[in-house]
Design a protein around this ligand. Sequence first.
Ligand code: SF4
Length: 344
Amino acid sequence: MDDYVSNLESWFIKNRRELPWRMDKNPYHVWISEIMLQQTRIEAVLSYYERFMKELPTISSLADVSEDKLLKLWQGLGYYNRARNLKRAAVMIMEEYGGVFPTRYSEIIQLPGIGEYTASAISSICFGERQVTVDGNVMRVFTRFYNDFSNISKDRTRVMIHDKLLSVMGGNPGRFNEALMELGEVVCIPNGIPKCSICPLREGCQSNKNCNYFMFPVKDEKRIKEEVEMTVIIPVWNDKTFVRKRKKPGLLHNLYEFYNVVGNITMKDVKDVSKEFGKVERIKKSICYTHVFTHKKWKMQAYFVFLESVDCRSLFYSISDIENSFALPTAFSPFLYQLKEELK
Ligand code: SF4
């Protein structure tokens, strides 16, 4: 690949997308964007990033933010521990580095929630350190370019790719890394046909020559996800509803949810359970929605329970309160949408 590095970097300089975190080499901006981009595509991250930076423009504002506000800002991105680690890392930067982002890979990787990939990205892009970023995009480009059948789920493959790329990297580590990642995002794409005709690596690419790009990368089969059936009960009183905070420990802890029980229970059981909120007027079956997490699926059947009176008014909130003040994970947002439709 060394013969094509200058092609790659020239292509990047001409074609790179103007993204908000590329406007400067501020490590805070690169850090937040890299954490948001794990598992999420750039187009989806843009609005989250803008909102986050508007509310928390500095490391010290992140260190001081309340967990509720932080989770609300992260709502929709999933993987909420990543947000909690951002705050932990910000506190550490304030306490141990006087609020100035550390400049060396060996220091950056000590921060909570920062692994090899993110530490390499920040240290190479912001500080020019010779570190290689090896993510899914880079591994796809690499294995296609070399027709390499190594299994990318194995650590040794990642190490091999890292070492090889380090040996071909030119004098601008940040640009090299960004160019390879960008190529994987927009040209050597994961789903669909790669755009080989506009690829700066095409002359040397073995997959382009053999027309076998679809065979790469080789990786382990995905694990089968555990499926959990749940019944979601949404009490409705005076255009308000009930949400509660999820308990620690466990998935989505400290975020908010609609009341739910494990299992697909009957309408009669829904009525019995709902009595704890107040006097039930009528019950209406709503949608069934399946939410897929990394290792789990929640298959949820929802019911609206309309109440004549309630025992504790202060536990009921309007929809705008919920939208503005509570971090309700994506798993529950279809029900909020349905409730809005119901109350129109
Ligand atoms: S030539 Fe095609 S397969 Fe090869 S790296 Fe470029 S886009 Fe990917």
